[in-house]
Write a protein that binds this ligand. Structure first.
Ligand SMILES: CC(C)(COP(=O)(O)OP(=O)(O)OC[C@H]1O[C@@H](n2cnc3c(N)ncnc32)[C@H](O)[C@@H]1OP(=O)(O)O)[C@@H](O)C(=O)NCCC(=O)NCCS
Length: 387
């Protein structure tokens, strides 16, 4: 074996994880971690959660401004009409192994549908906007159809007269949701639509920077969202609450976990040093839903966990993040745990497409460096001379 390269005197600084590295200017999303504010195109998430809809939020993210009433009606009907998927896609979904993770099925299906989009390789901004709308519209239908198939149930086709969030719940469960559940789903989609340059958005940008097509970039983003360090913490938070089972056990669980230097899932964040504003909004909805579903104990467990964790970790500025409540909300909406990450994708595909379109306005191939520390004089031995 050869010897390792001797580190040069001027060893470069290695930014593994790219913490603190800015890769582009953006006007899409701003996260103020000190004050606990999240803005899309300058609009506060609190205002959007209170007054807007997921369809309008998509318009805001992609176009960078509020739509006029006419533009909104037009964009909404385009999204509603594009929700349908073709029999080819349904056939693909039926071919998937029954235990395939839904997020993997989504990744495969998005890759597949690109082959049927006649504009796939049209690189113009206008064509990319249209593709973005089609992608955003079809992702929920794919997830819902696959969920029905794997449970041996009849696929529920989309109903273009309904809002996207309401229709998604209907396509998954087979029932039209009550108005509160439909609104909560809509708000959850608004809250997850973007969160600046995270791992999945960056994966989309890396793919897009090679001038691959929009579908390829979104496939890369879905693949990246899959990991538990990105899309999966809400499931872990809910599992903890279900395992605690009784409100009386919640405080002791937190104290024991912290004493053993464990982590409480759904708490802490790289950027927020205060309450994640999305968590505050979802918390109130979790409370309302838990009353509606007669599951007040589960919400009480979350409250005690929050009180105890915030009190014990005040000095470290650890507060609940969006995942602490999103899993609870999805559970109360009747969604199974392995759909939590796909639901994240239903929303985030709007942010991903906005970032890719913005990046292409001033594209530069992403091509970082790595610092070689391996051997430089390894002697090759022909295969027949090796033991
Ligand atoms: C999200 C997360 C990875 C951010 O980590 P980070 O910014 O790198 O912060 P660190 O891991 O350096 O943590 C700083 C300190 O707070 C503690 N801490 C952070 N999050 C904690 C949590 N959820 N539970 C208990 N302690 C926590 C750490 O133990 C560390 O303490 P120390 O300084 O005594 O070692 C981290 O908070 C975490 O693991 N949270 C749980 C998983 C989760 O909810 N992920 C979803 C994020 S949206």
């Amino acid at each position: 074996m050869g010897s390792a390269v001797k580190p040069a005197l001027d060893v470069p600084r290695i930014d593994k994880g790219l913490d603190d590295i800015y890769v582009k200017e953006t006007s899409i999303c701003y996260v103020d971690g000190q004050r606990g504010r999240l803005l899309y195109r300058g609009f506060d998430i609190q205002d959007l959660a209170q007054h807007s809809t997921f369809e309008e939020t998509i318009f805001i993210l992609i176009h960078g401004r509020l739509p006029t009433r006419q533009e909104f009606a037009h964009a909404r009907s385009i999204l509603a009409e594009a929700r349908a998927i073709t029999p080819d896609v349904v056939r693909l979904l039926r071919c998937m192994p029954s235990d395939a993770p839904p997020i993997d099925v989504l990744r495969t299906a998005v890759s597949y549908i690109s082959n049927f989009d006649s504009e796939r390789d049209d690189p113009t901004r206008a064509a990319n906007m249209r593709k973005a709308q089609r992608l955003i519209a079809k992702v929920p239908t794919i997830i819902a159809a696959h969920h029905r198939i794997r449970n041996g149930k009849r696929i529920v086709p989309p109903d273009p007269s309904l809002g996207g969030a309401e229709d998604f719940l209907r396509m998954v469960t087979g029932r039209k949701p009550d108005p509160l559940s439909a609104r909560i789903m809509d708000v959850a989609l608004i809250l997850h639509a973007d969160h600046s340059m995270n791992a999945s958005a960056f994966a989309a940008i890396v793919s897009a920077s090679t001038l691959a097509d929009l579908y390829s970039a979104i496939v890369a983003a879905i693949a990246t969202l899959k990991g538990p360090l990105h899309g999966g913490a809400n499931e872990a938070a809910l599992r903890t609450m279900l395992a605690i089972a009784k409100p009386e056990a919640a405080e002791q669980y937190v104290l024991d976990t912290l004493r053993n230097r464990g982590r409480i899932f759904g708490f802490g964040h790289r950027v927020y040093r205060t309450y994640d504003p999305r968590a505050l909004i979802l918390r109130e909805y979790a409370r309302q839903l838990s009353e509606l579903r007669g599951q007040e104990d589960l919400f009480r467990i979350s409250e005690i966990m929050q009180e105890t964790t915030v009190r014990e970790l005040k000095a470290k500025q650890i507060y609940p993040n969006v995942d602490f409540y999103s899993g609870l909300v999805y559970h109360l909406l009747g969604l199974p745990m392995d759909l939590f990450t796909p639901v994240f994708a239903v929303s985030r595909v709007s942010g991903w497409t906005a970032h890719v379109i913005e990046y292409w306005d001033d594209n530069r191939l992403v091509r970082p460096l790595d610092y070689y520390v391996g051997p430089t004089d390894a002697a090759y031995v022909p295969l027949e001379e090796r033991p």
